[in-house]
Design a protein around this ligand. Structure first.
Ligand SMILES: Cc1ncc(COP(=O)(O)O)c(C=O)c1O
Length: 508
């Protein structure tokens, strides 16, 4: 290893003394220390404050929009305004009270590594612009493949999230399926290319439809496969539709349905893909992490037989936003679809991997440092534990709510999602469920959200951050039951009684 050059002595012409020029001239780190203090203050408070944002959109606008100054302002003043404004509108997704969406909670080692990443300011486009960053991605990528039990030859892209990871996996799929037809997509483009059929479940995540749209596969061109009650793709329907297809095929399956956590039957689907020569892509944003757990990996048996996979880092792995990974078994197809080369993007045979060969961007954040640090800090057991304990949390909450009259659990609770409907005879379940959500939100102790699924309003609870204790889960279940009891009381039909008889009132 070469020695980093130290201070450079310079002889000043015409004088008889030397001065020392240091490579780094910015030595006032006050602002960085202040930022760290502010961040620590927030982390300390997150479990004490309400998990809901305090300020409305217009209040936040007023806090931020104080005008663009003509000349710069002091760093400290700017940072203070930023922190005051931002903290008024933060969601407590890093705290214990958060059940809103499938989101991670920013692992402390990850935050620290992210700070270093920003301080180092590397542009991890190519190995030569950021050698350490390139090798950190290379090594962390190998660990991820190992944890998820994917083929060792798979290539990895570090992305902003699962949407971009699916975009990459499906780009490789499109390129390869056309190449097999003798069509060079990179040279000839998509117009006039042989038709590719994409088979996708009714219950695929909206990210998949977005990624397919970016790639020129509009909704009407997709072959939709039915899903079962849990949201899993029906392999019989897939087999039937593949049997009459004559075009090159891409199948998109899913590990982890957003409302139920259900994983598709990858054994059957991958056999169908292989017998029809189709490319199988799996959107495993959070569900594929089941493979990292000895207790839960059975949910994703057969997923390793796919051709590409999209996974999030900012969910179970707790990588501070944003982070995702695309894995492609056929590295050549991956690079063909993504790589950018240019005369100034220098390269020698001794270099490590060029990150830009695997992603759409050239200039990009050095994403590998943080992922490497989190994997080292958690270890194989830590990753398995976070998946298992969150899933146990979901199962415990479901067990405590099961059997309570009027609470309907919409699915088997196998992973980290729990979706509920609240109903009583003679009332609209949508209204009842919305009322429970409203009551929980105005209670303010837990961050919850409703969703629409299959035309029904549901309370959708997600467990993907740091696991909760059993007493936190029990307290939450008591809160839900209490809110539900209040709603039932409020909706109780008034018995026909003289006092409430309005038939003689002028408005009747
Ligand atoms: C199954 C699934 N796919 C894709 C996505 C989109 O991931 P991202 O927001 O990281 O792009 C999500 C997000 O929750 C998801 O649950």
């Amino acid at each position: 290893m070469r020695q980093r050059p130290g201070p450079i002595p310079v002889h000043v012409v015409g004088s008889n003394f030397s001065i020392i020029i240091r490579a780094i001239t910015v030595t006032d780190h006050t602002i960085l220390k202040q930022a760290a203090q502010r961040a620590l203050g927030y982390r300390d408070r997150v479990n004490k404050d309400s998990p809901y944002p305090l300020a409305s959109a217009s209040e936040l606008r007023a806090l931020f929009d104080t005008g663009l100054p003509k000349t710069g302002r002091p760093d400290k003043e700017v940072l203070t305004q930023l922190a005051n404004a931002a903290e008024a509108g933060l969601v407590g997704s890093t705290g214990d009270a958060f059940y809103g969406w499938v989101m991670g909670a920013s692992n402390p080692v990850g935050i620290a590594a992210d700070w270093l990443t920003s301080a180092w300011g590397q542009n991890s486009a190519i190995y030569q612009t950021a050698p350490s960053a390139a090798i950190a991605e290379e090594v962390a990528g190998k660990y991820l493949i190992n944890l998820l039990g994917l083929p060792t030859e798979a290539s990895v892209a570090f992305t902003t999230g699962a949407t971009m990871a699916s975009y990459i996996g499906l780009s490789a799929a499109r390129s390869e399926m056309l190449a097999r037809q003798g069509w060079n997509l990179e040279e000839q483009g998509q117009f006039g290319a042989p038709e590719i059929c994409v088979f996708v479940s009714d219950e695929a995540h909206s990210a998949i439809f977005a990624a397919l749209r970016y790639l020129g596969f509009g909704r009407e061109r997709l072959i939709m496969i039915q899903a079962d009650r849990e949201g899993r793709m029906d392999p019989l329907d897939l087999a039937k539709k593949l049997a009459v297809n004559e075009n090159p095929a891409i199948i998109v399956a899913q590990a982890g349905h957003i409302h139920t956590g259900a994983c598709d039957d990858f054994e059957t689907i991958s056999e169908l893909a292989s017998s029809h020569g189709a490319w199988l892509h799996i959107d495993g944003a959070f569900g594929l992490w089941a493979k990292a757990s000895p207790k839960l990996s059975h949910l994703c048996t057969g997923a390793e037989n796919a051709d590409s996979w999209a996974v999030d880092g900012h969910k179970w792995l707790q990588v501070p936003y944003d982070s995702g990974f695309a894995f492609v078994k056929n590295k050549a197809a991956h690079c063909r679809a993504m790589a950018t080369t240019a005369g100034y993007l220098n390269e020698t045979e001794q270099d490590g991997r060029n990150p830009t060969y695997f992603v759409p961007e050239i200039s990009r954040r050095a994403r590998g440092f943080t992922v490497w640090a989190i994997l080292q800090a958690m270890g194989r057991d830590g990753v398995a534990n976070i998946v298992e304990q969150n899933s146990d949390n979901a199962a415990r909450l479901a067990d405590r709510l099961r059997g309570i009259p009027g609470i309907r659990i919409l699915h088997q609770v196998t992973l980290n999602q729990l979706s509920l409907v609240f109903e009583t005879p003679g009332s609209s379940p949508n209204n009842m469920t919305q009322s429970v959500v409203d009551k929980l939100q105005s209670d303010g102790r837990w961050f919850v959200k409703e969703a629409i699924w299959r035309d029904e309003l549901i309370l959708r609870l997600s467990f993907s951050s740091f696991p909760k204790t059993t007493s936190q889960i029990d307290e939450f279940s008591n809160g839900i039951i209490k809110c539900w009891a209040t709603v039932v009381e409020e909706y109780r039909p008034v018995a026909p009684h003289q006092d409430h008889d309005i038939s003689n009132s002028p408005r009747a």
